[in-house]
Design a protein around this ligand. Structure first.
Ligand SMILES: NC(=O)c1ccc[n+]([C@@H]2O[C@H](COP(=O)([O-])OP(=O)(O)OC[C@H]3O[C@@H](n4cnc5c(N)ncnc54)[C@H](OP(=O)(O)O)[C@@H]3O)[C@@H](O)[C@H]2O)c1
Ligand SMILES: [Zn+2]
Length: 336
């Protein structure tokens, strides 16, 4: 089979031939059909994830067909179309969890592309508990990006405390952001898209945004306050500075939910105290949350807007994602 691996931090993507692996107990083999390229794949490519071991095959937005089932797997069979996402988790008792650092839990967190080989390949092995069933309405290319960009925005929005009619702003209109806009609209929020420049405005409006703020032409915080203040700001941008610049646009009791793995953000305590504002982070979710994301998308018509590349052009596809020019997700396909 073909795999695209990275052998060292900042090393190139290498297209290699590997033996097709057999699933261990409790895991399945997936014939990969499509794998989205998430900005978080840069942890593997650039070597910024603590303790990551190389070579590693990136990719955690996987859609494919179960091709073989390991012993002890209940409820999953060969031929089912499934998705696999980041699927972090925490055991609650390892050293990392006791520090409150659930993301690096070495026991429960099994992340494709990070702790084991992911979806930039013809086949991969996934633990059964990480699987989500893909509904018939969705193709593999449609389902892949929903496994990280989708679940992360859907799951954080549905637990955000916002009610239909509330003003919800999505900061950063990339892979996560363009799905965030669609989910927010379908959940009945008054949805504001915030991005740099004018060129994303027509697409944001096409995705259902009620209002668009060009953060380079206007002060995004002032603009949000002019609209009444945001109940929620979903921050998907990769810049802490961009997040800090919109924080003042929260209404009283408003909350900024940080999804983007950005550099530190500079916040004045007074910005939080007076308006009882808060800032929270959100990691994607569990496999059942992925399945909910897939079902909600099938039901409501939320779809990732994708640029599709064949697996062997992974390096070019990754650069396209990193350039910020993709509209809006780049997806690899294996032709299977
Ligand atoms: N919390 C989680 O579980 C989770 C899950 C997946 C991804 N992530 C993280 O979420 C972030 C977004 O991922 P993605 O796949 O959506 O990435 P992406 O498609 O590359 O989009 C990146 C976004 O960041 C914005 N951005 C980039 N540079 C910026 C700058 N200098 N100033 C302001 N904004 C800037 C862009 O904003 P414009 O629209 O203005 O161009 C764009 O919308 C990444 O940090 C990724 O690691 C987190
Ligand atoms: Zn991701």
């Amino acid at each position: 089979m073909r795999s695209v691996q990275v052998s060292r931090p900042k090393g190139p993507f290498e297209l290699v031939e590997r033996d097709i692996p057999d699933p261990r107990a409790g895991a399945v083999r997936i014939k990969v059909q499509a794998c989205g390229i998430c900005h978080s794949d840069s942890f593997t490519k650039e070597g910024t994830w603590p303790g990551l071991q190389y070579p590693r095959v990136p990719g955690h937005e996987i859609a494919g067909i179960i091709d073989a089932v390991g012993t002890g797997v209940l409820g999953w069979t060969v031929g089912q179309q499934v998705g696999v996402g980041w699927h972090g988790g925490h055991c609650g008792y390892c050293e990392a969890c006791r520090r409150g650092d659930f993301v690096t839990c070495r026991i429960a967190a099994q992340v494709p592309g990070i702790t084991y080989d992911g979806g930039y390949a013809d086949y991969m092995i996934a633990p059964a508990e990480a699987l989500a069933l893909i509904p018939n309405e969705l193709s593999a290319v449609e389902a892949g990006p929903l496994m990280c960009a989708g679940i992360t925005t859907f799951n954080s929005l549905r637990h955000s405390g916002a009610a239909p009619g509330d003003l919800v702003a999505i900061l950063g209109i990339g892979g996560l952001g363009h799905l965030g806009v669609q989910f927010a609209v379908k959940m009945g929020f008054k949805t504001v898209a915030i991005a740099r420049g004018k060129d994303k405005e027509p697409l944001a409006r096409q995705l259902g945004a009620w209002h668009y703020i060009d953060s380079q032409a206007q002060n995004p915080a002032d603009e949000l306050l002019r609209l009444g203040g945001a109940r929620i700001i979903l921050a998907t941008a990769t810049s802490g500075k961009a997040m800090a610049a919109v924080l003042g646009g929260l209404a009283v009791d408003g909350k900024m939910i940080i999804l983007g793995a950005a550099d530190p953000l500079d916040v004045s305590p007074l910005q939080l105290i007076g308006g009882r504002r808060s800032i929270a982070g959100w990691p994607s979710g569990r496999s059942i949350d992925s399945q909910d994301t897939l079902q909600f998308s099938a039901l409501t018509g939320v779809r990732s807007m994708n640029e599709v590349f064949p697996l062997e052009r992974a390096a070019e596809a990754y650069e396209r994602m990193m350039s910020g020019n993709a509209r809006f997700r780049v997806v690899l396909t294996t032709g299977k």
